[in-house]
Design a protein around this ligand. Structure first.
Ligand code: SLL
Length: 210
């Protein structure tokens, strides 16, 4: 029996982007008459790079209203394109290279067809602009098996770019901006809490004085 050697104390990670884009069919023939959108759900590398050295296959579990809702994609691009009329949760099961001995990883994605607003100011979404909903995640392999570790080492991954570009939703700049937005929100919330506490005190004092 061959013994499995794990790389003690080491962990490696690989970034992935998963989610969907959707465009309205606008009455164009797409599938059934009641279908309103064409959409694509995918799991991919940060720069669309090939992730098949560590991903063996991806199973997408669609809503039961679809024929054959279990779609197993055995080679890249790991994606499914469909048409439909409604939003629902998709279960994404990533199966890793069998050499890795890793258990499959399950992710959940809410298929988004309908936009909110263009810019947070209430302006409507441009009609033909695709709606997108993507998540960035890093898959961590803790103490990987040595042969899998070698494969990961041999296939260096690119990371998110420094700056935002129209093609890269995820970047260090976007992350930094989000951190700043969260800091600002925290500050505003703390100030509001102080304000409401004072108001409560004032009202209590007023009540007692009556
Ligand atoms: C809803 N809870 O009611 C959701 C379910 C299901 C969407 C959405 C099926 C397409 C077909 C389709 O679009 N299902 O008929 O093949 O909004």
């Amino acid at each position: 029996m061959t013994s499995i050697k794990r790389m003690k104390g080491l962990s490696l990670s690989r970034p992935v982007i998963y989610g969907n884009s959707a465009t309205p069919l606008n009455g164009k023939k797409g599938g059934d008459a009641d279908h309103t959108h064409r959409w694509t759900i995918s799991v991919r590398g940060v720069n669309n790079e090939d992730i098949s050295y560590f991903v063996r296959k991806v199973a997408f579990k669609l809503h039961d209203t679809y024929d054959n809702p279990n779609r197993v994609i055995e080679k890249p691009p790991f994606e499914v394109t469909e048409t439909g009329w409604g939003e629902f949760d998709i279960i994404i099961k990533i199966h890793f290279n069998p050499i890795s001995g890793e258990k499959p990883l399950t992710l959940y994605h809410h298929l988004k067809l309908h936009p909110y607003e263009e810019d947070g100011l209430g302006n409507p979404w441009p009609k033909q602009k695709p709606v997108t909903s993507y998540q960035y995640d890093e898959i961590v392999f803790n103490e990987p098996i040595d042969s899998f570790y070698t494969i990961l080492q041999e296939n260096a991954t690119s990371n998110v770019p420094l700056k935002k570009t129209p093609h890269h939703q995820f970047s260090l700049q976007a992350e930094q901006e989000e951190v700043e937005r969260l800091d600002k929100a925290l500050k505003t919330t703390s100030q509001e809490i102080v304000r409401y506490r004072e108001k409560c005190k004032r009202l209590e004092a007023e009540l007692l004085a009556k």
